[in-house]
Ligand binder design. Structure first.
Ligand code: 3PY
Ligand code: MG
Length: 270
């Protein structure tokens, strides 16, 4: 169940053999919420430790809840918190997203924490990961670098300038565009415009650089429409809004339907 799905996930992304994955994105720090989102037809669930309010123990439990639901779990770490990156892999995450990777040197530090030798210097201790994937310690040591993905966020001017160097780092499997921070960076702090034409242009250029380097590309989409546009562009892994937005939209839709039905308008089931 969860084992093969979670392990196949990294392989599919690395080979870019996917029609485009859509992942949940969970910031509300409740492992059971992660389990509920994993029941929906998402291809993965991201646990966001950067802007979400997770601590490491609740995030580890959430990863278990996602795997219990048969889905791969990915974790986004806080800026520069590479120590947590290896702990979250130990807890069974199939991938780590690191924000604000601005140079080849940042990317190398990130790889050090997430890949075993010879690619990096990940330290040994994958107790929960072994419980979920059923591999022997030796088999896990030999395969973990392939079975997990190390994803660098590109969301600053410096990162855009260094994108080829970041993509060239052995062990960086793909990049993730953060359109909100990128829009703030490109406007020198004047605007939050993650869906602007300028961001679209940068997204297309980043996709082209990833194709050149044979690596995959992911991005945050604020809703389903934006996620669909990114998939159409050729992105391999996208977000269709975070948990709080999706929960509130669902609640709003139910209230609107109830009011319309009570008023004798639409009787359509939600
Ligand atoms: C961004 O858009 O900056 C992100 O980091 C997505 O959450
Ligand atoms: Mg960001």
């Amino acid at each position: 169940m969860s084992t093969s799905t979670s392990e196949a996930f990294a392989e599919k992304l690395k080979k870019r053999k996917t029609d485009g994955m859509i992942s949940a994105w969970i910031g509300i720090p409740d492992p059971l919420l992660a389990n509920f989102f994993a029941q929906e037809p998402f291809d993965a669930v991201v646990i966001d430790l950067q802007h979400g309010m997770w601590d490491i123990a609740s995030a580890a439990t959430a990863i278990g809840q996602v795997r219990l639901a048969g889905k791969p779990a990915v974790a986004r770490i806080p800026v520069g918190d590479f120590a947590s990156a290896s702990r979250l892999l130990d807890a069974g995450a199939s991938g780590i997203i690191a924000p604000m990777i601005n140079s080849a040197s940042d990317a190398e530090q990130f790889v050090k924490a997430t890949k075993y030798l010879p690619l990096g210097e990940r330290s040994w201790g994958p107790a929960l990961a072994l419980n979920y994937n059923g591999l022997s310690p030796d088999a896990y040591l030999k395969s973990a670098n392939q079975l997990t993905v190390t994803i660098a966020m590109v969301e600053t001017r410096a990162a855009l300038e260094a994108i080829d160097e970041i993509l060239a780092v052995d062990g960086i499997d793909g990049i993730f565009i953060g359109p909100s921070d990128l829009s703030i960076a490109l406007s020198d702090g004047a605007a939050l415009a993650p869906n602007s034409a300028e961001i679209d242009r940068v997204m297309a250029q980043a996709l082209e650089r990833c194709q050149h380097h044979g690596k995959f590309i992911c991005a945050f989409g604020s809703d389903g429409v934006r996620a669909g546009q990114l998939l159409k562009l050729g992105f391999h892994f996208v977000i269709a809004g975070g948990d709080s937005a999706q929960l509130r939209a669902g609640a709003r839709a139910a209230i609107t339907t109830a009011r319309e039905t009570a008023a004798g308008g639409s009787t359509k089931q939600a």
